[in-house]
Design a protein around this ligand. Structure first.
Ligand SMILES: *Cc1c(COP(=O)(O)O)cnc(C)c1O
Length: 391
């Protein structure tokens, strides 16, 4: 099903509910069909051979019936169509997780001899680790946004930024960065902003990456990743996905498509609560520093005066867990969990202080959340008192 090119431009809230589902009424269906088949019978193996040859050469999405679910799946294809539409992209390719998506993008460029990457810290901890650790032969130059053009080499395959970044919520000027990239494709990890707040392709990025596990799924019950890009790059990604097998499970595709339908209302509502909490935290003497992005969003990062571990131990309503983007509010300590795998010096240099906490605001009432934070912040303060008293 390809409804990307011909569809009229509609508002994001409308696309969120209808994109990838336009054919359902004609099929006599309301809910999206969940196709769990791994294989698909065909009596015409000559035709199958021709279709497989075509895929091997072009990487174009198969037309006609599916063949094998590592190649394509109709439920996942609906999610891809919808996400492409929300990001204003020609195509989207879904993967088993955000990390599988990033890996595929790196391998796609490495397959053209372009193993070098220019990246700006901070990135999500495991993204940093994948680039730095040499696991798939990537070579990385870390720089700040102003240093990007100087860091680009003839073998640079990608420039990678996150904005707002995990976990500090640091922002980069996407237009300026895209300009510095010249001909090298800019990858923007848009997991935190979602297409509700930011559509990087409109600012000159060529590739948008999501950990769909977070806001796109939105309920903490599905792992997935997706890349929105032009069809030319999507074709290489599909070949990489077919060969390496990091496919999204059809049930995950179903849940992600369902998640997209409420994405605008979830992000709008949680962002309003997050902005209110950021304001209260900024005015609180128990808090040393608050990071809240200019573009808004449902993530708040803050540094406490007391022991951050006591805040994690002290919350009762808020879920003390890594990950983000769920309907419930989550809090975690990046230096212990999401960014533990990053070298300590690199972590601190990129602004991830040991006192930093990352709050993913959900859909609860703002007063209930504040009450919980208030109690936890006081617990962290009490742990500080002996130090103050001994002076
Ligand atoms: C979680 C996350 C990832 C990795 O996604 P997984 O779905 O956990 O593999 C990548 N980027 C950002 C910004 C994330 O928050």
């Amino acid at each position: 099903m390809d409804t990307t090119a011909s569809a009229p431009t509609r508002a994001l809230a409308t696309e969120a509910v209808h994109a990838g589902r336009e054919d359902l009424a004609d099929l006599g269906l309301h809910a999206v069909p969940l196709d769990l088949s791994t294989t698909y019978p065909s009596r015409d193996s000559r035709a199958e051979a021709a279709r497989l040859d075509d895929f091997a050469v072009t990487g174009a999405a198969l037309t006609g019936p599916p063949v094998y679910s590592r190649l394509d799946n109709p439920t996942v294809a609906r999610f891809e169509t919808a996400l492409a539409r929300l990001e204003g992209a020609e195509s989207a390719v879904a993967f088993a997780s955000g990390m599988a998506a990033l890996t595929a993008a790196l391998l796609a460029r490495a397959s053209m001899g372009l193993r070098h990457v220019v990246a700006v810290r901070p990135l999500y901890g495991c993204s940093d680790h994948l680039l730095t650790g040499g696991l798939i032969g990537t070579e990385v130059t870390w720089t700040d946004p102003a240093g990007i053009s100087d860091a680009i080499r003839p073998d640079t395959g990608l420039v990678i930024v996150e904005t707002p970044a995990n976990p500090t919520l640091a922002e980069v000027d996407l237009r300026a960065v895209a300009h510095s990239c010249g001909e090298v494709p800019l990858v923007v990890d848009n997991t935190f902003a979602t297409p509700v707040l930011q559509r990087p392709l409109e600012s000159g990025a060529r590739i948008v990456l999501h950990s769909a596990t977070k806001y796109l799924g939105g309920h903490g019950d599905v792992l997935g990743g997706v890349i929105a890009c032009d069809e030319e790059f999507a074709r290489v990604l599909r070949k990489v996905r077919f060969a390496t097998g990091g496919v999204l499970h059809p049930l995950a595709g179903y849940l992600l498509l369902r998640g997209l339908s409420t994405l605008p209302v979830r992000v709008t509502s949680a962002s309003a609560t997050a902005a209110a909490l950021a304001e209260r935290l900024a005015a609180d003497p128990r808090v040393a520093k608050v990071h809240y992005p200019r573009i808004g969003g449902a993530m708040v990062a803050f540094e406490v005066q007391g022991d951050p571990h006591e805040v994690i131990a002290g919350v009762r309503l808020i879920t003390p867990a890594v990950s983000l983007g769920s309907v419930d509010t989550l809090i975690q300590h990046p230096a212990s969990i999401s960014h533990r795998i990053v070298d300590e010096g690199d972590r601190r240099d990129s602004g991830v202080s040991d006192r930093l906490l990352r709050l993913s605001v959900g859909l609860e009432d703002v007063e209930d959340l504040w009450e919980d934070l208030d109690i936890a912040l006081s617990a962290a303060e009490r742990s500080r008192r002996p130090v103050t008293a001994s002076r």
